[in-house]
Design a protein. Structure first.
Lengths: 126, 198
């Protein structure tokens, strides 16, 4: 749908939510829990390179998911908690580019930077 | 800034690139203008040039709007979610989700629609991928992976410019007042980086 005038966007387009809106329900959950819908979040994180493997993801908040969430939080400058806090979920549901952030465990976003670099920047900041 | 594995780029001697829309139908002059402006932003800071072609079969870059599965194994997901994707050089494939509410030629910030996406903002980002840039954690940069609705973000930032000038060098006619590029990569992973969706 192309719009040269923003006021011409029909209201029904507002009413159609993103596939990712359901991730709102995962807010507040953390490692060790079993929650309906976590398998879809794992698929999302797999799609963008944060979880290895193929399919048959479970609804368990396991080590793999915790690690993926931590990496995601580093890449998007969020507090690294490993849990699905509200800020992380809000970021996850934002519209985005379909190109993966990580492939084969390699990233040049924040999570791929060495601790030495982080320490250096921290010292400079102080 | 980051690159695709192996730092692929358009070869030296092939910096004058052509682009075409595929399919052509429904592509208005206003839409063509959006993409021309988006390409021009990258051209101003590099030796690269971009010229519209009417022949998708021979163009270096092909741009298409598609719904759902469209042949590359990366189906689009309807309104919002994934907005677009593009492939690393020298693929030249640039795909956008036809289901989005693309704002072509108006101030997207004025929109009351929760689904309005600024076309030029997404085009500038995806062209970065077509030229060899991966995603950046710098939130202000064009190559940051996410964009909110009703937001216009089209100006290249120093992070973007340093990345693209590492690959291609600066525009010999000047870099349009951009910040000075660094002599090397700032990232410390020592390798190449991020990856495309295929």
């Amino acid at each position: 749908h192309f719009f040269t005038n923003v006021s011409s966007i029909p209201p029904w387009l507002n009413a159609t939510g993103s596939n990712w809106e359901s991730f709102h329900n995962l807010s507040g959950h953390h490692f060790g829990q079993r929650v309906d819908g976590l398998n879809r979040l794992k698929s999302y994180l797999h799609y963008f390179g944060y979880i290895n493997g193929t399919s048959n993801f479970t609804d368990d908040f396991d080590d793999a998911l915790k690690s993926a969430v931590e990496t995601y939080q580093k890449n998007f400058n969020l507090n690294v908690t490993g849990s699905l806090d509200n800020h992380t979920v809000q970021q996850i549901i934002k519209p985005r580019c379909g190109v993966a952030d990580i492939v084969n465990g390699t990233s040049a976003m924040n999570s791929g930077k060495s601790n030495a670099t982080s320490s250096f920047l921290s010292i400079v900041a102080r | 800034y980051a690159f695709f594995p192996g730092e692929p780029r358009w070869p030296e001697g092939h910096y004058d690139l052509t682009y075409a829309f595929n399919p052509e139908e429904n592509i208005t002059d206003e839409i063509r203008g959006v993409f021309a402006r988006a390409f021009d932003r990258w051209s101003k800071v590099t030796p690269l040039t971009f010229e519209l072609s009417t022949s998708p079969n021979s163009a270096d870059i092909t741009i298409g709007f598609f719904n759902g599965e469209h042949g590359d194994g990366e189906p689009f997901d309807g309104i919002l979610g994934t907005l677009a994707h593009a492939f690393s050089p020298p693929s030249g494939r640039f795909h956008l989700d036809a289901a989005e509410s693309w704002v072509v030629d108006d101030d997207v910030n004025k929109s009351t629609s929760l689904a309005a996406i600024d076309l030029e903002s997404v085009a500038v980002h995806e062209i970065g991928h077509l030229l060899g840039l991966g995603h950046s954690s710098v939130e202000e940069s064009i190559m940051y992976p996410a964009i909110t609705t009703r937001t216009r973000k089209v100006e290249l930032q120093s992070d973007d410019i340093m990345g693209i000038q590492y690959l291609y060098g600066a525009n010999p006619a000047g870099n349009n007042g951009s910040s000075t590029p660094s002599s090397g990569r700032e990232t410390s992973d020592g390798g190449g980086a991020l990856i495309s969706s295929s």
